[in-house]
Design a protein around this ligand. Structure first.
Ligand SMILES: [Zn+2]
Length: 143
């Protein structure tokens, strides 16, 4: 369930193509935990319509010296079904958005290595993709 949703703003595509991406941030709750998130909706080349999701957690490892960690996912609708997967943050458009913050970026390998983490973040991605603007974008009903 999305608890807080900031207004959608345009952000420049980090690749320099000049495209302006719809993006917003907020907070969502799953399994009784409240997590911050950021989303960018990007329709780009062969990738097509992809919602890029950054989910901000507390520290990934106890005492790791960070303010928290962020996990990156991408979501798309392919042949009518929603697909989400955890990806390495370097492949996402979030580097410039979240890079300056004192946060630890979690690789997809880190997520897969922690029991239950992949399912947990997949559930978060599904929660976010039910948000009407994101869903409309993914199925091509935006604009
Ligand atoms: Zn671009």
């Amino acid at each position: 369930m999305i608890l807080v949703r900031n207004a959608t703003a345009k952000q420049p595509c980090p690749c320099g193509c000049g495209q302006r991406l719809d993006a917003f941030e907020g907070e969502a709750e799953i399994r009784g935990q409240r997590l911050s998130f950021a989303v960018q909706m990007r329709d780009h080349g062969e990738d097509g319509r992809v919602a890029w999701l950054a989910v901000l957690t507390g520290p990934w490892l106890a005492g790791d010296g960070t303010d928290g960690a962020w996990v990156t996912l991408r979501a798309r609708v392919h042949e009518g079904s929603l697909q989400t997967r955890t990806v390495d943050p370097e492949s996402s458009p979030f580097r410039e958005v979240l890079g300056p913050r004192p946060l630890h970026a979690i690789s997809s390998g880190d997520v897969l290595a922690r029991p239950g983490a992949r399912d947990y973040f997949a559930e978060m991605a599904l929660t976010l993709c039910r948000e009407p603007e994101i869903y409309a974008f993914l199925v091509g009903r935006a604009e």
